[in-house]
Write a protein that binds this ligand. Structure first.
Ligand SMILES: Cc1cc2nc3c(=O)[nH]c(=O)nc-3n(C[C@H](O)[C@H](O)[C@H](O)COP(=O)(O)OP(=O)(O)OC[C@H]3O[C@@H](n4cnc5c(N)ncnc54)[C@H](O)[C@@H]3O)c2cc1C
Length: 452
């Protein structure tokens, strides 16, 4: 957006009385912009600003009495929603600086991983991990503790080493791991509650090559007896199952390959058989959207995600839910979910099971806990899904389940809050940077503040 247009829009925004003047702004937005990626929800306001500079963000935040920040709209629930104003970060997507000696990169909060990865690779660097898709914004992904897989890999937020955000009073705040200690750990997975992240600095690792192979039909008994070995068989390992048989449908193994290494891929893996063609996690869907498999070596950013940047990830018209439990109880939890297989069947497209290493980020789903995440890609039957999720949550309750912040869940807020031992400290941070609750919305008020 041109600066002049931004100013014109922003001058009509923000206070109750001014909303009447927004009809021109509303007409400019195509309906698709007002929905999330999956299309299962429409945001509650048409007031969407698209600032392109930190100053424009400051100006907007100062004028708004209530607002939320919008990344690439990939969450399935109303975490990013606002009834009054949304600040989109789509124009805050520049690469600010690469510090090769410190092995860090600073980027605009709205940049998508897919826009960043090729640049990093060309310069000899990589991020330590990626989610299943590269389409999501860096700040939006880190705000909800988005993750990939790998027993030694923390979630994406774990690599954040500094943040710049515009707090509720319009002030630009800079926090870093180096200078701000535990407070920084509170600010990284912040669910959009502290301000608009304008810049984010990530730790880098040297660029690396990977290969990916898929095994079909892993017997559940093998998984139960060898869970840690299976999940440690590669840099990143994902299991896909529909829960209907005594087999895990697919095992995706992503291996790091050194320059001079020749790795002979075994044809068998704990009783599972090597796939002889590229496959989609939902076997009926063409693998065209999927990253290269069949042990073909390639760059890290074309193997770590399951889905290619230029294509629709996953299935498209879907809902998602995901639950985190301690890794050392994974087998019990998987068995528990399997007892629900008949009820899951009509709603499920596919389940993915991944591992995530513990971190120190207060509101992270993996705070101080090596975790397993059990994910459900579900049909877009909201009523049916919302009836199913409490049953899954109840089965996972003995494991202290924490739901993904950006996906669907129904957990009682009081229980949810009890699962975050640093919640009180996080609320103190909210009080410090947003004393009037400008950045709070219904999702935040319900899940972090109400005790239903
Ligand atoms: C097909 C698909 C596959 C997915 N795969 C994975 C996966 O592999 N692993 C996983 O963990 N999740 C996955 N997700 C979930 C998704 O990645 C996360 O929910 C992520 O938060 C979405 O990022 P976004 O940029 O779209 O954020 P949005 O949905 O736009 O916003 C999410 C939150 O971040 C806040 N936010 C966004 N930008 C900023 C900013 N600049 N400053 C402050 N707050 C901000 C928003 O206010 C909101 O609270 C998947 C989602 C889809 C649709």
């Amino acid at each position: 957006m041109k600066k002049r247009t931004f100013l014109k829009l922003s001058s009509t925004l923000m206070t109750g009385a001014a909303f009447a003047n927004l009809s021109s702004c509303r007409q400019e937005k195509p309906l698709s912009d007002l929905k999330n990626w999956a299309g299962n929800l429409t945001y509650s306001t048409r007031n969407i600003l698209e600032p392109g500079t930190v100053e424009e963000v400051q100006e907007a935040v100062k004028k708004c009495s209530s607002l939320r920040t919008l990344g690439t709209r990939h969450c399935f629930n109303r975490i990013a929603d606002s009834k009054e104003n949304l600040i989109s970060t789509k124009n805050l997507n520049s690469i600010v600086s690469l510090d090769a000696s410190r092995k860090t990169i600073t980027v605009g909060g709205g940049i998508r991983y897919g826009e960043l990865c090729e640049y990093l690779d060309k310069n000899g660097f990589a991020v330590h991990n990626l989610a299943s898709l590269p389409h999501i914004s860096v700040a939006g992904a880190c705000a909800t503790a988005t993750h990939g897989s790998g027993v030694a890999n923390g979630n994406l937020a774990k690599s954040v080493s500094a943040l710049e955000f515009v707090a509720a009073n319009g002030e630009v705040i800079s926090l870093s791991r180096e200078n701000d200690g535990d407070k920084f750990n509170g600010a990284v997975v912040a669910l959009g509650c502290l301000g608009v992240i304008t810049k984010i600095t990530l730790d880098l690792v040297p660029s690396f090559s990977m290969q990916q192979e898929v095994y079909l039909g892993l017997p559940m008994a093998q998984l139960e007896n060898n869970f840690d070995a299976v999940m440690s068989a590669g840099y990143s390992v994902s299991l896909f199952t529909d829960w209907q048989t005594e087999n895990i449908n697919q095992v995706w193994v992503k291996r790091m390959i050194k320059a001079d290494e020749t790795y002979t891929t075994p044809k068998e893996f704990y009783g599972a058989t090597l796939a002889t063609r590229n496959v989609h996690p939902i076997i009926e869907i063409s693998a065209e959207n999927c990253t290269e498999q069949m042990s073909v070596t390639g760059p890290w950013y074309e193997r770590l995600p399951h889905f290619k940047m230029g294509f629709t990830p996953s299935s498209g018209e879907e809902l998602q839910a995901e639950y985190f439990i301690p890794r050392n109880r994974a087998v019990e939890a998987i068995r528990a979910v399997q007892t629900l297989k008949e009820e899951i069947k009509p709603l499920l497209m596919i389940t993915e099971i991944r591992t995530i290493a513990a971190d120190d980020l207060w509101m992270s789903t993996c705070y101080h806990q090596d975790s397993v995440a059990i994910h459900f890609t579900l049909n877009q039957n909201t009523d049916g899904v919302m009836r199913l999720l409490p049953k899954i949550e109840e089965l996972l309750s003995p494991f202290g389940v924490r739901p993904h912040w950006g996906k669907l869940f129904t957990l009682d807020p009081a229980i949810l809050q009890s699962r975050y031992v640093k919640l009180k400290d996080f609320k103190n941070l909210m009080e410090e940077y947003d004393p009037q609750g400008k950045f709070r919305n219904d999702y935040v008020n319900t899940n972090l503040f109400s005790a239903v």
